[in-house]
Structure formats: C-alpha cells, structure tokens
Design a protein around this ligand. Structure first.
Ligand code: MLT
Ligand code: MN
Ligand code: ZN
Length: 297
C-alpha cells in the first residue's frame, strides 16, 4: 500500500497567515531550518492508480497539484475515488467544497459527522448543490472494502470536544481509520486528533505497520504560554506530545515500524529541525511528517 502525506500541519497550516510565533517567523525568514506545511491530509492507494484521501483539507487543490499521481488522466477525471473523514473540523472538511466541479463526490463519514456537515457548517449541503454527494455512513468496527484489496475499519476516538459548530449527536464525532491491504495484511492507522490514548485506541494500533498520530502540540499549555488561547491542548482535543502522560512516552515503546506525527500545529517546536524537542522525538524512534512524505507499507 502506498501512503502519501499531502499535508502535515494542523489547522492554519505552517506558517499560519496571522501568526508570528517563533516557528512561523522561522518559516518566513529562514533563520531556522524548517519546511512549510499545508493542512493535514493523507492519500492512500494499493496500486498507485486509485487513491483515497483521509480528510479533505482547505489546501486540497494545491495538494493534488503537488502530487502527479492525483492528476487527471482524462478531460474530466480524477484518480481520487473517495474521501474518508475522521471528524467535521474545518481543516479536515473545507476542501470538500473545492471538489464541486466533480460529478460525484464519495464521502465516508459517521452519522454524527455527516449531520454536522449538513447542518453545522452546511459544507455538504452546499457541495450537494454542485455535485452528487454520495454519503457512505461509517460505523465503527465494521470492515469496509475500498478497492484493489484495500479495506478500512473505523474506530471510536473518545473525546469531550465537539466542533464549535457541531450538531451531530452521538458518540462518533471523531474516529480513526485502520486501512489494511488484504494482499499483505499490512495496515496503516490514521489518528490526526486524539484527546486520550485509551486502551481501546491502543488496541487499534496493535500490529499495524505505520501509525500517523496527532502531533498538534508539544506542551499542553503551549497556546496559553504564547498568549494565543486560553485553552490547553487537551481542552482542544489533542493529547500533547511531551510530559509523563504525553503521547511520546506512550507511543515510543510500541513495536510499530513507522510512528509518525502529523497534524502538527505551527506553535509546535518539533517543526524546527534544529530544536531540542525535535531531537527528543527522533531519539524516541518517532518521525515528524512533512508534505510529500511517501511510504510503501
Ligand atoms: C483542531 O484540530 O482542534 C481544530 O482543527 C481546531 C480548529 O480548527 O478550530
Ligand atoms: Mn485540526
Ligand atoms: Zn505560528
């Protein structure tokens, strides 16, 4: 299975248009080594011909252009078969509106996410005025075939957080995806937002070959320290990387070939290649995703 990181940043991208935190400054003035990143999305394929996107970022147009395998092969055509949504957040769904030129758009989402996108943001209602939206309801724990031997199982990612515009009732406002290649049995797990690493989430990581996991903030109070927000990373639904109960300590011991942080907020010092925090992540056997990272698993 092919996995291509289209974008590795959290909402706002890196640098963010209205941010001059140390990382965003460095990305603009080149004073520290770092690479700009678009908002998080990943493309997956079994054969490099048909692709499935994990979330639809507001940067989707540039992301498709950046990767020739996603370019059309006919006058009106796209190798992108469907979008698999983990939640309704704008950085994961606004890109749907940019697909309005399509005849059909296949969207996999839980009932709660679908309801929010029809009511809370109207994203799918607006898209429906341009293209036929094929909603594939996602139920957790059910194996769903995609194409070319790929299948997925969604799993519940427990969170207290709801999107600010959320209307979707019920449990499944955030899910992770485990995508398996039936030819090899190898699996990718995608969790760009996780408030807690519960036993049930851990179970889903078992035996996977590659994990792409929430790397939003380094410290729980990162945004408070910078005076950007009054909320902690956890309050916003993102387990921080550092700390005794942070994601790094919990994920580092797991026997997974590639463990990679994605959905990295521009305030996170791991974006700077010479930062001590970046070294700590790498010393623990974990990686920091950048746009264009491609894996064969
Ligand atoms: C998040 O990841 O917490 C959201 O994308 C935040 C937001 O965009 O408001
Ligand atoms: Mn986000
Ligand atoms: Zn910034």
């Amino acid at each position: 299975m092919w996995v291509r990181v289209l974008g590795a940043a959290a909402g706002g991208g890196f640098p963010q248009w209205n941010c001059s935190c140390p990382q965003c400054r460095a990305a603009r003035d080149g004073s520290r080594p770092c690479r700009p990143r678009t908002q998080s999305s990943v493309a997956v394929s079994a054969d490099y011909r048909r692709w499935f996107l994990l979330n639809a970022s507001p940067d989707i147009r540039a992301q498709i252009e950046s990767f020739p395998a996603l370019h059309p092969r006919g006058v009106r055509d796209s190798p992108v078969q469907a979008m698999l949504l983990t939640d309704a957040e704008l950085d994961h769904t606004l890109g749907l509106l940019l697909l309005r030129e399509a005849g059909d758009v296949e969207v996999h989402a839980t009932a709660a996410v679908h309801e929010t996108l029809c009511g809370g943001t109207s994203v799918l209602r607006i898209l429906g005025a341009y293209a036929r939206v094929e909603w594939r309801p996602v139920a957790t724990g059910v194996e769903v075939p995609l194409a070319d031997g790929l299948s997925y199982q969604a799993f519940h990612v427990p969170t207290d957080k709801q999107a600010r515009f959320g209307t979707g009732e019920g449990e499944e406002s955030v899910v992770g995806y485990r995508i398996t290649d039936g030819r090899t049995g190898r699996a990718l797990v995608y969790v760009p937002g996780a408030q807690r690493l519960t036993a049930s989430v851990r179970d889903q990581l078992e035996g996977c070959s590659c994990l792409l996991f929430d790397g939003t903030c380094w410290q729980d109070d990162e945004l408070i320290r910078l005076g950007i927000a009054g909320k902690t990373s956890r309050d916003m639904g993102h387990l921080p990387i550092s700390g005794a109960d942070g994601s790094l300590k919990q994920l580092a011991p797991l026997p997974i070939e590639r463990k990679i942080y994605i959905h990295i907020n521009n305030t996170n010092p791991i974006l700077l290649e010479d930062a001590p925090e970046r070294r700590i992540v790498e010393e623990h056997g974990m990686e920091v995703a950048a746009d264009g990272l491609e894996l064969e698993i």
